[in-house]
Design a protein around this ligand. Structure first.
Ligand SMILES: NC(=O)C1=CN([C@@H]2O[C@H](COP(=O)(O)OP(=O)(O)OC[C@H]3O[C@@H](n4cnc5c(N)ncnc54)[C@H](OP(=O)(O)O)[C@@H]3O)[C@@H](O)[C@H]2O)C=CC1
Ligand SMILES: O=C1Nc2ccccc2C1=O
Length: 287
């Protein structure tokens, strides 16, 4: 397998810069979310991942605004904020309204725009996926959203979009579950060939495999945690991992992953290409 060079940011196909580790925010306790986000930014994170589904966009925005307020050198443009659209059932008009709501949750905190807006899943079917994309393209043209992408898309969903005659903005990202126990190598390679960056959700396997003995041996060798090994594994595979933690004491370690390197042999030991153990849901094969 190719081990990719790891950098702190990568360039998306539209020229935007994406910090290569993002903080996942699903299930952060609502009362702790703003503080966790502020602490994460203070500890070096520059990329936060949320969604309409998580019901915490306002708390995330509050946490970013608080961090900006801490120091004149902390700027909006230094933070990459992603959110995802959940309910596409109402079609184009309803999605337009939902995007406006997402943008308002940022502007209410003086944050002006969304860096990346994703379709959360392909489950609404072909017509609504494309109607949704039309509304998302318009948001990019209006400047309220900088980049757009997809999540949980399989090859056929992306092909549908790339073949759509009204496509003016290509998806820059596909956010899918990837870990050593859910490698999706074919889909990930195909996305890369299309110039689509793969964001890896549940990179810590939701916490299920952090006690794995082979991981522990490799972690010990590098004097890091098994979580750091999993995040580094993701980076060396060329992905953008989105580890979540609500434990302030784990934030620094989870982003301190640029100072050690896994060997090809270690990567091969961690890889489980035969496994398919998604932790949440699986919709890349949906019609
Ligand atoms: N697009 C989509 O459909 C999906 C997107 N996502 C995104 O990806 C993010 C990450 O995925 P998620 O499902 O949260 O799971 P993760 O793989 O990030 O695992 C999170 C779990 O790992 C634990 N953990 C974090 N750091 C450490 C550490 N250093 N040592 C040991 N355990 C640790 C956390 O505990 P604790 O918090 O208690 O520290 C939590 O239980 C989500 O928050 C969300 O932003 C996730 C699923 C679906
Ligand atoms: O973070 C997430 N966890 C989930 C569980 C089920 C469906 C979607 C999600 C997320 O986006």
């Amino acid at each position: 397998m190719t081990s990719y060079q790891v950098t702190r940011e990568i360039v998306l196909s539209n020229g935007a810069l994406l910090p290569t580790v993002g903080l996942g925010t699903y299930y952060l306790p609502p009362k702790k979310t703003a503080e966790t986000v502020t602490q994460a930014l203070t500890k070096g994170y520059r990329h936060i991942d949320t969604a309409v589904l998580y019901n915490n966009e306002e708390e995330v925005a509050q946490g970013i605004a608080d961090w900006i307020g801490l120091d004149p050198q902390n700027l909006r443009l230094d933070v990459f904020y992603t959110t995802k659209l959940w309910d596409m059932d109402g079609g184009y008009t309803a999605v337009r309204r939902e995007i406006a709501r997402c943008v308002r949750k940022m502007t209410a905190y003086g944050l002006e725009y969304i860096d990346l807006l994703l379709i959360h899943s392909p489950l609404c079917g072909s017509r609504k996926r494309l109607e949704c994309w039309r509304a998302m393209q318009e948001a990019v043209d209006a400047g309220t959203v900088k980049s757009i992408g997809v999540s949980n898309y399989g090859v056929h969903h992306i092909q549908e979009l790339l073949a759509w005659p009204k496509l003016t903005h290509k998806p820059v990202v596909n956010q899918i579950e990837i870990s050593p126990w859910c490698m999706r190598q074919e889909l990930a390679d195909w996305c890369r060939q299309q110039g689509i960056v793969v964001e890896a959700y549940a990179p810590l396997t939701h916490g299920y495999k952090t006690e794995d003995s082979a991981l522990k041996a490799i972690a010990e060798k590098h004097s890091v945690s098994t979580a750091q090994v999993l995040i580094r594994w993701s980076l060396q595979h060329g992905y953008v991992p989105l580890p979540k933690t609500q434990t302030i004491g784990r934030l620094s370690g989870n982003v301190d992953v640029y100072r050690f390197e896994l060997s090809d042999e270690e990567l091969a030991t961690i890889d489980h290409p035969e496994a398919h153990e998604p932790t949440d849901w699986e919709c890349t094969e949906a019609p």
